[in-house]
Design a protein around this ligand. Structure first.
Ligand SMILES: O=C[C@H](O)COP(=O)(O)O
Length: 252
């Protein structure tokens, strides 16, 4: 059975004190996770160690970084290497978020290098893919997402792919209040799984965790998570409010 994950991406929000309060409120909610269910918290870099420390006694709660460097080490001022993240106990790293692609010009090829760095460090990538509105309007979203997968992931072998989580995030639904319908999410998730099956075989595809991201909230999470190919969510805005995030986790 594949893993189910609800991940909270704080993006560039909160002070350390606010982040600590949020994590304390989340753990105090006493979420009961079943086997194979995980909660992942992705704070900004400076808070990773603190969040790891606050969650270390809660099995099923993991910590993610929001990015890592495409190089291993060296003269790259301002960058954070995957090995550094591993050295402070980070479990996952979000790679290829549409905000990184848009504002920091991250390409599919560069993301392939980041994926390799993360895997070499023993950190599991949460690889984000998804189409902008004009692509959705032109109904070419499948080809767009297939290219993202091919150019950033398909150089991996089947063993490496087992450590990848994919997050489908239609860009038109991120932070806009517009959510993909459950049917739109299911259709794309099934398409992604079919792409993986074609390249890596049915067993690999069935074992792959695929998250949905884009204006997910307590009111729509149950319907989205009920879709057979939706294995949880990558939550932005709603992950900053403990009551909303824990309500989404309870929709597993
Ligand atoms: O990483 C999270 C996604 O960008 C979704 O953000 P959102 O829930 O605020 O739309």
């Amino acid at each position: 059975m594949r893993k189910k994950i609800v991940a909270g991406n704080w993006k560039m929000n909160l002070t350390l004190a606010q982040g600590e309060q949020l994590v304390n409120d989340i753990v105090a909610a006493g979420i009961q996770l079943s086997e194979g269910q995980e909660v992942v918290i992705a704070p900004p870099f400076p808070y990773l160690t603190k969040v790891k420390q606050l969650t270390k006694n809660y099995p099923g709660i993991f910590v993610a970084a929001q990015n890592c460097a495409s190089e291993k080490s060296g003269a790259y001022t301002g960058e954070v290497a995957a090995d550094m993240l591993q050295s402070i106990g980070v479990d996952y790293v979000i790679l290829g978020h549409s905000e990184r692609r848009e504002y920091f010009q991250e390409s599919n090829a560069q993301l392939a290098k980041k994926i390799d760095q993360a895997l070499a460090a023993g950190i599991k990538p949460i690889f984000c893919c998804g189409e902008p509105l004009e692509v959705r309007k032109a109904e070419t979203q499948n080809a767009f997402v297939a290219q993202q997968l091919q150019e950033s992931l398909f150089h991996l072998d089947a063993a490496a792919l087992k450590n990848i989580v994919i997050a489908y995030e239609p860009i038109w639904a991120i932070g806009t209040g517009l959510t993909a319908s459950a049917q739109q999410a299911q259709d794309m998730h099934a398409f992604i799984r079919a792409q993986i099956a074609e390249k890596y075989g049915r067993e690999a595809a069935l074992g792959l965790t695929i998250l949905y991201g884009g204006s997910a909230k307590p009111s729509n999470a149950p319907e989205l998570f009920a879709c057979p190919d939706v294995d949880g969510g990558l939550i932005g805005g709603a992950s900053l409010v403990a009551a909303d995030f824990t309500a989404i986790v309870k929709s597993f």
